[in-house]
Ligand binder design. Structure first.
Ligand code: 5AD
Ligand code: SF4
Length: 384
């Protein structure tokens, strides 16, 4: 057995990836590796990556290139699944490629890659391994003794997504929706509470679709709320087509649940929503948030918007603009559409001019900034 090496993990993307990196750190520490906070003293660099937009991928390719083969490089997460063996052609300095469903195999894979003597092995680059598309991740990975924040733990309740929004790469790279057993989720939360954690965030691509035998998401929220020792919890992220009155009542009634909802809208145009395969119309979204606000008085509301989806006309963009103006979100993440190979939307060839995309992005960003500002100052006034 060789002397164990030092690993630096760089994480990109969503909270699910941040949690996956904690799991990877825990697994590698258990296998005897040292986790470093910088790349300088590390001999292995693991990139835990995101493929949701091209920009995020470009940054990773350029960072990997900057090491020029001076370290052992691993590509992990969504980009690994997206590129598979092509990643080795794209950058020959990559030594291993491991998709999100296979992160539990990392200690074994790295062991094989390193052999007995790191860097003296001339065949290192010939012995690349990529493993992808395992089904369920083993339950043990969620009970690793590694949580970055001593007070706040992120707990995965479901993996993958089966919604196939036409622009989104997630169902392809993270696979179909799978639910963890509610009993296992509660065991993990009890474990973190026993370690001193007081705040928990439940994670899934669409938490509202959670279902494990008789336990749906609202039931799960009730069970988590009942755990003694837990002070506060929230969840991320919701889908309008699966959200409803019972769920809003749970947000209102469960005293430990943070009064906040992130409900991605994506577009205010019915034509674009249909092309996006979102499963609701603008009027449905408006009545949903109306009901949320009536039930959860002064609850926060945030959203995601994509501008410049293929074929989006000025008039359709203006419908999104008008809806954002009407909805008065506390905050919104506004994204420029990014074409993702393999998705349905990528087949629609109608690129918007870059200048126009930037303009729509800026316009809606400015609108949301002023709304957020107004809401913040009215809250401050209310507290005075
Ligand atoms: N282009 C731009 N934004 C996207 N999102 C998902 N896929 C894309 C894409 N191809 C955004 C959506 C989603 C958020 C996490 O990322 O708004 O809600
Ligand atoms: Fe992507 Fe839609 Fe699933 Fe969210 S719900 S992860 S946008 S496919």
């Amino acid at each position: 057995m060789h002397k164990k090496n030092t690993v630096f993990l760089r994480t990109f993307g969503c909270q699910m990836n941040i949690r996956d990196s904690e799991v990877i750190s825990g697994l590698l520490q258990k296998a005897g590796y040292r986790i470093s906070a910088t790349d300088q003293d590390a001999d292995i660099i693991i990139f835990n990556t995101c493929s949701v937009r091209k920009h995020a991928e470009d940054r990773v390719w350029s960072l990997i290139g900057s090491y020029k083969g001076s370290k052992v490089i691993g590509l992990v997460g969504c980009m690994a699944q997206n590129y598979k063996e092509q990643a080795f052609q794209r950058d020959p300095h990559i030594s291993f490629v491991v998709g999100p469903q296979d992160i539990h195999k990392l200690p074994v894979i790295i062991e094989k890659i390193l052999g007995d003597n790191l860097f003296s092995d001339k065949n290192l680059l010939e012995r690349k391994i990529w493993e992808t598309a395992g089904d369920l991740r083993p339950e043990e990975i969620y009970h690793m003794d590694f949580y970055q924040d001593k007070n706040h733990a992120h707990v995965v309740i479901s993996e993958g997504c089966s919604n196939f929004c036409s622009y989104c790469v997630v169902p392809y790279v993270r696979g179909a929706l799978r639910h963890r057993k509610h009993k296992d989720i509660l065991i993990e939360i009890r474990e973190v509470i026993a370690r001193g954690v007081t705040k928990v965030t439940l994670l899934g691509q669409n938490v509202n679709a959670y279902q494990d035998s008789q336990v749906n998401f609202t039931k799960l929220l009730e069970q988590v709320n009942a755990l003694s020792g837990l002070k506060e919890f929230d969840f991320f992220t919701s889908h309008p087509k699966d959200a409803g009155v019972d769920f809003f009542k749970a947000i209102r009634d469960l005293e430990k649940l943070v009064k906040r909802l992130h409900l991605p809208l994506q577009s205010g145009s019915d034509k674009i929503l249909k092309l996006m395969n979102r499963g609701y119309q603008a009027k449905d979204y408006l009545s949903l948030i109306d009901s949320y606000r009536k039930i959860v008085k002064s609850g926060r509301l945030t959203t995601d918007i994509i501008v410049g989806f293929p074929t989006e006309t000025d008039a359709e963009f203006n419908q999104t603009y008008a809806l954002v103006k009407k909805a008065r979100f506390n905050a919104a993440y506004i994204f420029k559409y990014s074409s993702r190979p393999g998705t349905e939307a990528a087949k629609i060839i109608d690129p918007l001019k870059q200048a126009e995309l930037e303009q729509r992005h800026r316009k809606i960003l400015n609108l949301q900034r002023s709304i957020s500002q107004e809401l913040r100052s009215s809250q401050v006034d209310a507290k005075k």
